[in-house]
Design a protein. Sequence first.
Length: 331
Amino acid sequence: MTNYKTLNDLPKAQLGFFPTPIVSLKNLSRHLGGPEILIKRDDLTGLALGGNKTRKLEFIIGDAIKQGCDSVITAGAQQSNHCRQTAAAAAQLGLECHLLLGGIQPDQINGNLLLDKLFGAHIHWAKENRKGEDIPSVRETLVAQGKKPYLIPYGGSNELGACGFVNAGIELSSQITSDKISHIFFASSSGGTHAGLMISKSLLKASYKLVGVQIDKDEQQGSTFKEQVHNLANQTCQFLGLDISYEHNDVVLEDKYLGDGYGVIGVAEQQAIELLAQTEGILLDPVYTGRAMAALIDKVQSGELDNTKQVLFWHTGGAPSLFSYANKLHN
Ligand SMILES: *Cc1c(COP(=O)(O)O)cnc(C)c1O
């Protein structure tokens, strides 16, 4: 058996309730007429309405505490689930929380933004810089005030964050018979979920295919998202002292479902959200899981999947942002 010593030795803050449940989506599977679809409910991680960032933050906040930091700084979109879960974790552990959110202060404060405020987070409006470009300047301000801030990158996607999903893949293997599963679908956007699941798949020698549904268009300049996931996976292997390295094409990203870009809800997302709600009573979100589920539905309907196997949808959370899309979802 592989030695997970390094992973188990990392400092961890206990922020969520694990393992998260897995259930069969019987009604949805019957409705679509394809393979049996299972769902991994990381929307139920338990930290402040849940989501995949809880797993990353257990390692990241664990490190912040070990280093004796008294504050955290991170960044995201106005409706960032990562920022909401960070704000809650910081409140739980008595850390001051600074969030750099994209855009400007909206007239209506709701969804995740409302929750950020309830958790007492300090909000800095970062206009077009929603990916943490302004973190260094906030850091300087806090240091000048005598504070010891801990920096958390956009989406919590560094080596420590990815470790949360190495753990998650191992958790999954204790819950299911993985050779029955042909594919795992999930929303992929800052890469930590994807990189971590790639590593646990390698450690477990699992046969399922990981399909990251890309949520955000590639930037005009700089590296592609695929390169970012590839680099993070290799860096995390190095960090954990694992003798594994990936090729660029080991990262499987589905980039046909980008629609009009990040956070823009289209017909496909809307239909996926309504279908899950009405067949299973489960809430998806407009930005991530609605898009990832729309991709899975399309794959089933186009007959690309093996109906004799199971497919697993990894629910990464996000439903608190539904309320800020009320006008677009309600018709
Ligand atoms: C952040 C997020 C993702 C994407 O995970 P990454 O590790 O950033 O790729 C998917 N779904 C939801 C709901 C998220 O908040």
